[in-house]
Design a protein around this ligand. Structure first.
Ligand SMILES: C[S@@+](CC[C@H](N)C(=O)[O-])C[C@H]1O[C@@H](n2cnc3c(N)ncnc32)[C@H](O)[C@@H]1O
Length: 289
């Protein structure tokens, strides 16, 4: 690194987010993205925003705030990039696998009696592991229950454009599939030949069954054209306060057929909410007519 760049870097990594600057960003995020932003998140926000300051070659947070909240297209674009760094995107293939067992053993045999084609939605899909798991589970169900259903389609949405780009690319490190059985890997994944950086990619059919779109849960309503048989909304509501969680679930299940299933994350609950849902398993809910 030359002297000038290292001086610049030193300035950037010393930039401190004041309480006032943090509040400005926190209020914006809470109102527009839904994520709770208590004081304890200040250091996390500061360190994640360094990446944006570095990229933009901005040396302090006052200038960054002016930049991100300028009322024009450049500001809009930066808001999306700021959201990309603020959101937490942890996910994995077959995460909370009891949901996929329930889907195979209970939900799909029941849905198949009424619907020849199954519509699914992975809401808050992050980098794609969840919708691709769903795509694999659906293909496995069709393989092991010939003629039970004719087809399926999966909508996968997230607020983060960076995650959606990764998801569409569908390329993952080899370690991400190490807990998946050899048979499933062989059927649904392609391996890179590069021994130094071994990667896998979902096969074209598995990828083709998933359509990705950007969707913010804070929107007044979701422009989703078809009603879904199954909605996954896992490990995102946990970042929202209770009234926001309830309002998001209410908007989500508008797009669920009566008798359809909603899967939430392992520490998410509908306890105390007045919603047309009944509990049918751990964090598994069924829409009441
Ligand atoms: C921890 S990941 C969960 C991924 C996956 N559902 C799982 O359980 O493995 C949470 C995702 O929620 C997304 N998210 C956060 N706020 C959102 C919002 N307001 N609207 C839509 N997605 C949001 C984030 O971008 C992130 O990808």
């Amino acid at each position: 690194m030359d002297k000038k760049s290292s001086e610049k870097l030193a300035i950037l990594t010393n930039a401190e987010l004041t309480n006032e600057q943090f509040q400005r960003i926190a209020n914006f995020i809470q109102k527009n993205v839904g994520i709770k932003m208590p004081e304890q998140k200040k250091i996390m926000v500061q360190s994640r925003l360094y990446a944006r300051l570095k990229e933009l070659k901005i040396s302090n947070f006052d200038d960054y705030i002016d930049y991100v909240f300028q009322q024009n297209a450049q500001g809009e674009e930066e808001i999306a990039l700021m959201i990309n760094v603020i959101t937490t995107n942890l996910t994995s293939f077959f995460r909370e696998s009891n949901h996929f067992d329930f889907m195979t053993n209970v939900a799909l045999p029941e849905i198949a009696k009424e619907y020849p084609s199954v519509e699914l939605w992975s809401a808050a899909c992050s980098s794609g592991e969840e919708p691709y798991t769903i795509s694999i589970v659906m293909q496995e169900f069709m393989r092991t229950h010939p003629n039970a259903i004719r087809d399926f389609s999966i909508l996968a949405t997230d607020i983060s454009s960076r995650m959606l780009d990764k998801a569409i690319n569908a390329v993952y490190p080899m370690e991400s599939v190490e807990n998946i059985s050899y048979d499933l890997k062989k059927r649904y994944f392609l391996r890179s030949k590069n021994k130094e950086n071994p990667l896998v990619r979902l096969n074209p059919y598995t990828r083709g069954k998933v359509k990705f779109d950007r969707l913010n849960f804070m929107d007044d309503d979701y422009s989703i054209s078809t009603s879904k048989n199954i909605i996954f909304c896992r490990n995102c509501l946990i970042y929202f306060d209770k009234p926001t969680q309830e309002s998001v679930i209410r908007k989500l299940i508008k797009h669920l057929v009566p008798g359809g299933y909603l899967f939430l994350g392992h520490s998410e609950t509908i306890f105390g909410m007045d919603l047309p849902l009944k509990t049918v398993g751990p964090t598994i809910f069924k829409k009441i007519d």
